[in-house]
Each structure stands twice: as C-alpha cells, then as structure tokens.
Design a protein around this ligand. Structure first.
Ligand SMILES: Cc1cc2nc3c(=O)[nH]c(=O)nc-3n(C[C@H](O)[C@H](O)[C@H](O)COP(=O)(O)O)c2cc1C
Length: 214
C-alpha cells in the first residue's frame, strides 16, 4: 500500500502514489484495502458510492447508495426494487459504481453486471436495521410521488399502529443487489495532474492489470 500522510497531503496536494507493486492481484482485495484507508480517516461516509444505471431509453441515472457488504464477487447494497434504479436494473442489469474519497484523492470505478441477492440476506440485514429505518422502508414506495410530508407520516403512523412492537416485516421489494465487476479502475491523485491509474479487466485466466494515462 502507498503510505498516506493525510494532514500533510491535504496541505500541499501530494497525496501518495500508487505503484504496480502496491496492487493486490484481485481488485476486490484492492478495494477492500482502500475502503479500510477511507474508514481510518475522518470521513463522514466512507462507504457511500455513486451507482449509475441505464434504462431502456439509454439515459443514465446516478445516485448515492451505501455499501453494505463487500463480498468476493463485488459490492452489495440494499434498496427498493420498485425504484427507478430497480426498474432500470430489471431491464438492463448493468451498472457502474464510483467511490470518491476526496480526503485521499482517490476514486475507484467498477463496471459490470448486477444481480439480486438472495432474499434471505435482505431478511437478515433488514432485521439488523434500527427500528425507525425499518418502519421508514416499509412506509415508502421509493421514488413514487407523494402529495405531502404529512401523507408520508400518515403512512408511517399506520404501520406503527399495525406493528406496535416494531416487528414490521421486510417489504418484499426491499432487496439487496451486487455488482459483479468486469472492469475496475483505481485512481490516485498525483502532483501536477500526473495521476496514477490502474485498470483491472476480467479475463478467462484471471484479472489483468494495466496502467492507464491520466
Ligand atoms: C449518502 C447517501 C446514501 C444513500 N444510501 C441509499 C441506500 O443505501 N439505498 C437506497 O435505496 N437509497 C439510498 N440513498 C438515496 C438514493 O440516493 C436515492 O435517492 C434513492 O435510492 C432513489 O433513487 P432512484 O429513484 O434513482 O432509484 C442514499 C442517499 C445518500 C445521499
């Protein structure tokens, strides 16, 4: 791993370096290492990632979601499958994910295929969420219009009345997804814009690593 002096680099924009020899053979391991670095500094949302999807009309749409687990196949998140992103993934199960950690002058992009996770994982994660988040997820049909905040709160109150003990079930549409990358790029800012970039591409024999010009 490149050594990063956060306080020093912030002052003069020298934010470490990324060398071929620093890279893990597998981009998921490399991402795990960079996530560890992002969590180790004062970063309000180290696991926030921008998820871009494309629907039938070819129009890309991007939004932030939170990484909930990184497994050997790729990053996973949870959402409402009835949302715009869910609808787009249903017709075009490809996405691009971007992590950007300005404090480290690093970004990681992953492009690939998206799969829905086993509903049992969604059950387990849903059950682990704070009770308020469970009610909120169940009260919302994500990305649909609603007339007012009051109407949303009425939906919430109705659920609270129905499940006063907090045992609100996971909405069937609230589900996990995983992006299984075929291409992953790591970007490390360097002095005078001569940045370090490495691209992993999935080949039949394993991952190939290529340095890219900035
Ligand atoms: C930092 C951050 C984290 C978010 N995490 C999630 C998430 O994990 N799941 C989710 O469904 N929406 C999350 N959202 C809300 C989404 O950005 C988005 O508004 C919502 O999912 C609807 O997107 P869509 O209409 O494009 O499908 C997050 C927003 C922010 C700013």
């Amino acid at each position: 791993m490149a050594r990063i002096d956060h306080r020093h680099t912030r002052r003069d924009y020298r934010l470490g370096q990324l060398r071929r020899a620093d890279l893990a053979a597998n981009p998921i391991d490399q991402l795990a290492a960079w996530l560890g670095d992002a969590k180790a500094i004062e970063n309000p949302e180290p696991t926030a990632m921008i998820l871009a999807t494309v629907g039938e009309d070819g129009q890309p749409a991007a939004r932030a979601v939170l990484l909930k687990h990184l497994d050997d196949e790729g990053p996973c998140w949870y959402t409402d499958s009835r949302s715009l992103k869910g609808q787009q993934l249903a017709v075009n199960p490809k996405a691009s994910i971007l992590f950007y950690w300005p404090e480290l002058e690093r970004q990681v992009r992953l492009d690939g295929e998206v799969r829905m996770l086993d509903p049992a994982l969604a059950d387990a994660y849903f059950a682990s969420r704070p009770v308020g988040s469970r009610y909120a997820a169940a009260a919302s049909h994500q990305s649909q219009p609603i007339a007012s905040r009051e109407e949303l709160e009425r939906r919430l109150d109705a659920l609270r009345a129905r499940y006063p003990d907090g045992a609100v079930p996971r909405p069937p549409a609230w589900i996990g997804y995983r992006l299984e990358p075929s291409l992953v790029q790591f970007w490390q800012g360097r002095e005078s814009r001569l940045h370090d970039r490495f691209q992993y591409t999935r080949e039949p024999e394993g991952w190939t690593i290529t340095r890219l010009m900035p």
